[in-house]
Ligand binder design. Sequence first.
Ligand SMILES: Cc1ncc(COP(=O)(O)O)c(C=O)c1O
Length: 469
Amino acid sequence: MGDALDAWLAKERVDALRSPVDWKGRLSGPLPRAGIGADATLGEFVELVLPHGPHLTSEASWGWITTGPSTVPVAVSAASMIAAPQRQTLTSFNLLEEVGLDWLAELCGLGAHMKGVFSSGGSTANLIALGAARQWALEQQGIDPSGDGLSGVELAVYTSTQAHHTVQRSAGVLGIGRRRVRGVPVDAQMRMDTDALDRAMTEDRARGVLPVAVVAAAGTTNTGAIDPLRRCGEIAKKYGAWFHVDGAYGLPGILDERVAPLYDGLELADSAITDPHKWLNAPTGIAATFVRDRSVLFRAFTQEPADYLEGAFSDDDVQVSLDSMGVPYFDFGVELSSPARGVAVWSVLRELGAEGVRARVVQDNDFARRVAARAREHPRLELLLAPVLSICVFRYVPADPANDIDAVNREILRRLARESRFVVSSTLVHGQFALRPCFINPRTDASDVDAFVDTVLAMGGGGTARDPH
Ligand SMILES: Cc1ncc(COP(=O)(O)O)c(C=O)c1O
């Protein structure tokens, strides 16, 4: 399998839908009555599944915020799936769950007091953080929402219009209500307008709305903008609300000294999340929620003791690893059975160290600045926003002003997918359609980035150079 993966990584990909192999037909046959055995199954995987997957691990894949996982955490995770199918009991895997969280908190500039829990992604990590916020906010009113349910109080969460929509979904799941998430406008740099935040909270207070949380982004999904954290935190405190920082993508950006000052105020956070499966290049399925006080997580998410679980353990006389379940992560979030994820984070940080991660973050931020510099200097390109982190939003500007710029750029995006190796996505910046590479891919180098810009120019008609690949 390792050899097959190496060969696959080194190979030029044929798009799944252009492959001459009838993989769809061969993979979607009827339920097999008799198995074909291990070797033949792995053989089919290598022949039919592997070559017809997505391009997202290739060196030129910069769409959405999807990482190309690096080898070490993937190898460690795969081995752990067999060796440690659960994270509980007093073993090395349970220890690394806590070590991984603590190292991650330190790496991302969160204080040592911030304790965490891993979950499957930014979606669940935000849900867990906002579950803690809801618990805490209603407890201030003498209500235990996870025990007794919500009780007719109108709640609200405040976040910018650029926030990831998992914030809305979390509010829906938690009974706060998706429509109770107030979309605060953003400034020219796509950061939360904190005067507007203050006004919205004043108005709601006058109407008797209970503010649950202010959610600020440390790196928005669309453009990588970092909200004014200190001001957001201060306003949250002023109205007695929880302050949550969504750093699913951008929290490790604090490692780049050029942008570190933008994280000023992070210490005000009551909770924060980050996704090692984004900028740390861990395999998909690993996020972390950190909170100031983990007992709030317990009150929000405990499943109540089960006879077959906690009831079967006592921490009084611990002699073997099976005598205790260790830290009860299953009571701090929404998963009981769960892979051990700390081991993957541990492996990234053992392999690279904090300095190695910093070097990757700086390089990725440099790639975004490299695209931005080309866009600034070329008359047929327009930079829509100076990059803060590793996302660059720009567009092609056709020579003939009669052309619809958005339509031209949509067509370039389509052609990139069909005719090039570059996988990028798009977004809107103040209503303008933008090409949006997001550099978190450890397999990218500067020549890939240059070839991408050349290809955009060539496709728009304002350049001749093509990708030498
Ligand atoms: C800022 C932010 N928050 C949350 C999420 C959701 O993360 P996930 O896709 O891991 O559920 C994303 C995903 O890109 C994100 O960028």
